[in-house]
Design a binder for this molecule. Structure first.
Ligand code: CAA
Length: 262
């Protein structure tokens, strides 16, 4: 891999988009490598993913403008599909993904962060969808996910005006969950990821699926989805271990249940 770093530390894996000379802009090769990296994650051991960008200036400064500049209509559509397919894979990834946004998250950078379950950022982060200033629309899901994550009115304002926003404003509108001094961002992401990875993995995966699938349908259908995923947790070793520990006599309880993912 030329542009992706992949590190595993216990049950937490970190994917770093590593093209700092171009502020980690997404060209076709980066997208292909990201796709292959996701396919290679060992879901038997990894329970939470962190996605970040190399360097201290940029998370991802968007899709590669040089590569896009000469595309035909058909090629533009195909490039949009390429990005969308990878981002959708990330969004539907069975385990939680935390975006640790360490600087510019513009265009495709904002869009890839929105494909993650949780966004936290450094105090130098800048978010935005500047595409209309380049003569295009957001093309890796920005028109859809920003409107769903913040509000249609706020998404439209940001997208129509191509205005970038700083970390504090991203926090205020609910685009990120928390803002950290730069040096504290990755430790905070790792701490959160470890906290997620320590929970019962089947239950965590089912929560992700219940929330994501439920948001796509009516509340009545969503409740049925939840019931099935709730039921699915029963008879697992992890459910027996978690509830068994709760019900055990005080002197036999353990502080941290070691969930086995089965
Ligand atoms: N594509 C290709 N190259 C990029 C890039 C991008 N999106 N963003 C930055 N780079 C490159 C620059 O061309 C420059 O390369 P050279 O050193 O070879 O000239 C290098 O990264 C450093 O960038 P700057 O010199 O511009 O750095 P800066 O600190 O002055 O500015 C910035 C930083 C404000 C992020 C500026 O680089 C910028 O505006 N980048 C483009 C942001 C953008 O418009 N993103 C949206 C792209 S469109 C998109 O993503 C469509 C979609 O939805 C799929």
């Amino acid at each position: 891999m030329e542009f992706i770093l992949y590190e595993v530390d216990g049950a937490v894996a970190t994917i770093t988009i590593n093209r700092p000379k171009a502020l980690n802009a997404l060209n076709s090769q980066v997208l292909d490598e990201l796709n292959a990296t996701l396919d290679a994650v060992d879901l038997n051991t990894v329970r939470c993913l962190i996605l970040t960008g190399a360097g201290d200036k940029s998370f991802v400064a968007g899709a590669d403008i040089g590569e896009m500049s000469t595309l035909t209509k058909a090629e533009g559509e195909a490039f949009g599909k390429k990005g969308n397919d990878v981002f959708r894979k990330l969004e539907k990834f069975p385990i939680p993904v935390i975006a640790a946004v360490n600087g510019f998250a513009l265009g495709g950078g904002c869009e890839i962060s929105m494909s993650c379950d949780i966004r936290i950022c450094s105090d130098n982060a800048v978010f935005g969808q500047p595409e209309v200033g380049l003569g295009i629309t957001p093309g890796f899901g920005g028109t859809q996910r920003l409107a769903r994550l913040v509000s249609p009115g706020m998404a439209k304002q940001l997208i129509y005006t191509a205005r970038n926003i700083k970390a504090e404003e991203a926090y205020r509108i609910g685009l990120v969950n928390a803002v950290y001094p730069q040096e504290e961002l990755i430790p905070a992401a790792q701490k959160m990821a470890a906290g997620i990875a320590a929970q019962a993995p089947i239950a965590v995966r089912n929560c992700k699926k219940a929330i994501d699938d439920g948001l796509q349908v009516s509340i009545d259908e969503a409740i049925v989805i939840e019931e099935k995923l709730f039921g699915d947790c029963f008879e697992t070793e992890d459910q027996k271990a978690g509830m068994g520990n709760f019900l055990a006599p005080k002197d036999q309880k353990v502080k941290v249940v070691e969930f086995k993912n089965c």
